[in-house]
Design a protein around this ligand. Structure first.
Ligand SMILES: NC(=O)c1ccc[n+]([C@@H]2O[C@H](COP(=O)([O-])OP(=O)(O)OC[C@H]3O[C@@H](n4cnc5c(N)ncnc54)[C@H](OP(=O)(O)O)[C@@H]3O)[C@@H](O)[C@H]2O)c1
Length: 330
């Protein structure tokens, strides 16, 4: 039976303090699935990631209003991988039923219980491996959310749970509540982290990582493509910045100061003989508190190039890393 390959070059890291092993480079579907990647291309992209040893596939209820989970579920069936061979994740918070009470911008018990069932139905799966609260909800008592997430695990609908873009204080409070009530604790964050966006992961979460070994499955490692250097000469037609509805992102991706900052990395990539994308992805893997770097791609060629970063990681000595950090320093 075909499974994602176990690539000897791939490092499998523990997801935080849990026993779950995840490939240090992984694959997610934000923006791409549905808008740029259809059913067939999703199968090809996930096959390419699986061939490179990727075992972690990330999604969210809100991506493409639920369509992204359907596309990934379809791809997993097409690929025929046994369920034990991969880690499937999704995230709940924003809701997909419009502006109705209890089904939008919340992690209350009612929403979480309905939403997890909806995600599983769209995936065509009995459980996900990691279920995240996609954001924190200041209007729901932390105890209610922690109890609900823990019960979802006890019901077998998820194996682990995590947070995404929560504050360190909120995560600490959730762990504390779970500890006191013998509930399942969250094991990982999912935060933005890349060469241009470092503060939260490196500073705010430092104590959490030290005290609890809290994991992090980081997102936008290429700052949505900015770190590939592709926006040097404007917006390519087939890029994220050219998509309808992403004008807010296009402004950042084409900001002359940001583009100039990124260009300082080009000579380093040239010297190492790799692409700027690979350089930026390799840098993310060098942080030992990063459990996995979730990559995104609109094309199979990008998936292949991004996973070939495994050959670049050994080239990133401490000196090269320091040189990169100095190059983009504001
Ligand atoms: N928890 C959260 O709040 C949150 C938020 C965002 C994302 N995420 C997760 O993190 C994953 C990754 O985020 P992301 O997609 O923003 O990652 P990213 O690596 O910063 O950006 C990926 C995009 O960059 C471009 N790209 C990728 N590789 C390239 C290459 N080698 N050469 C040229 N262009 C390349 C592609 O866009 P184009 O080809 O269209 O230009 C691709 O879709 C998401 O899929 C999702 O699972 C989580």
């Amino acid at each position: 039976m075909a499974t994602p390959s176990v690539n000897p070059k791939m490092e499998y890291r523990r997801l935080g303090n849990s026993g779950l092993k995840v490939s240090v480079l992984s694959f997610g579907s934000w923006v791409t699935f549905d808008a740029q990647v259809d059913d067939n291309l999703a199968v090809e992209c996930m096959a390419a990631a699986g061939d490179a040893g990727c075992n972690f596939f990330d999604n969210a209820e809100a991506y493409a209003g639920g369509k992204s989970e359907e596309i990934m579920g379809h791809a997993l069936r097409e690929l025929g991988w046994p369920r034990w061979s991969y880690v499937l994740t999704t995230k709940l918070f924003w809701g997909i039923h419009g502006d109705v009470p209890n089904m939008r911008n919340t992690t209350n018990r009612k929403y979480l219980m309905h939403a997890v069932d909806g995600s599983l139905e769209r995936f065509g799966q009995d459980f996900v491996d990691v279920l995240y609260c996609h954001r924190s909800d200041p209007e729901t008592p932390m105890e209610e959310t922690v109890y609900a997430m823990s019960e979802i695990i006890s019901a077998g609908k998820a194996h682990y749970w995590g947070t995404s873009e929560w504050s360190a204080d909120e995560i600490r409070a959730a762990i504390d509540i779970a500890d006191r009530h013998h509930l399942h604790k969250p094991v990982t964050e999912q935060s933005q982290y890349n060469l241009l966006e470092r503060r939260k992961v490196e500073k705010e979460y430092a104590r959490l990582q030290e005290d609890f070994g809290y994991g992090n499955t980081i997102w936008s490692p290429l700052a949505s493509g900015l770190l590939t250097g592709k926006y040097r000469d404007g917006i390519p037609d087939d890029s994220r910045a050219a998509l309808d509805g992403y004008g807010w992102l296009a402004d950042r991706l084409t900001n002359p100061e940001e583009v100039a900052r990124v260009e300082k990395l080009r000579p380093i990539a040239d010297r190492l003989g790799c692409s700027m994308a690979q350089l930026a992805l390799a840098w993310c893997t060098k942080n030992p508190n990063v459990s996995t770097v979730i990559t995104g791609a609109s094309k199979v060629s990008q998936v292949v190039q991004n996973f070939d970063t495994l050959d670049v990681i050994p080239l990133l000595t401490d000196d090269v890393k320091a040189e990169m950090e100095a190059a983009v320093k504001k």
